[in-house]
Design a protein around this ligand. Structure first.
Ligand SMILES: [Mg+2]
Length: 230
């Protein structure tokens, strides 16, 4: 089973302040704009960094086409600003039971751990490293906000990469893939790809708002049991 973990709201709680600051610093640098006052009001949960950045930039008066033209510069700049801003230690932001759950899954031969997150790839890896939970996630694996601005495109990208490492080059099958996330957008991206989905109510959405998932959990403690029930 390929496990595609979301990061914010799922593995880490309230761990995105420096990340938001890095996105805004990158936008200001690349497009030479002032930070728009309403930037922090842009909806972020379950969205990709690129989609969020495009909305913030529109608030600053820069049209979406301009974002598309320089998105590679944006991704690079966000990575370097986050490298400068990331706290040394994010282990106090770990969601309940994450350390225990990942340490078991990482050595369980039934599972392959990977990521599907709206974070651009360097931010994701730095963030997990600062939280001490990068070790289950092989470099080069996963689907990230730097791969697409549309979260629905990320699970197939993660399955393609998993297949190169673990499935003889064929994409990892969707029916043996589980997205684990905290928002309706995580559920939607799994459904769009034909993958299974476990939702956790540790982010901004309650269990009642996540009922479209195959399983809804209060937190990750029962993840192993939930995976076996799928
Ligand atoms: Mg999330």
């Amino acid at each position: 089973m390929l496990l595609l973990f979301d990061i914010d709201g799922t593995l880490l709680l309230n761990g995105a302040d420096a990340h938001a600051a890095a996105v805004i610093a990158a936008l200001c640098e690349v497009w030479e704009v002032e930070p728009p006052p309403r930037a922090h009001g842009v909806e972020a949960a379950g969205r990709t960094d690129q989609a969020i950045a495009r909305d913030i930039l529109e608030l600053a008066g820069v049209p979406a086409e301009e974002f598309d033209r320089r998105r590679d510069d944006f991704v690079l700049a966000t990575g370097s600003h986050y490298e400068r801003l990331v706290p040394d230690d994010l282990s106090d932001r770990l969601a309940p039971h994450v350390t225990d759950v990942l340490s078991k899954l990482a050595v369980d031969q039934r599972y392959r751990c990977s990521l599907v997150t709206g974070n651009i790839q360097p931010v994701a890896r730095l963030k997990l490293g600062a939280a001490g939970i990068l070790y289950p996630f092989a470099e080069g694996q996963g689907g990230f906000g730097s791969d697409s601005d549309d979260r629905n495109e990320l699970p197939p990208i993660a399955r393609m990469r998993a297949g190169q490492l673990w499935n003889g080059g064929d994409a990892w099958p969707a029916e043996r893939t589980v997205v684990i996330g905290d928002t309706p957008r995580d559920i939607a991206c799994a459904r769009a790809d034909g993958a299974l989905v476990v939702a956790v109510a540790t982010g901004p959405f309650g269990a009642d708002q996540l009922s479209e998932a195959d399983v809804v959990l209060e937190d990750l403690r029962e993840l192993d049991a939930a995976l076996q029930s799928l």
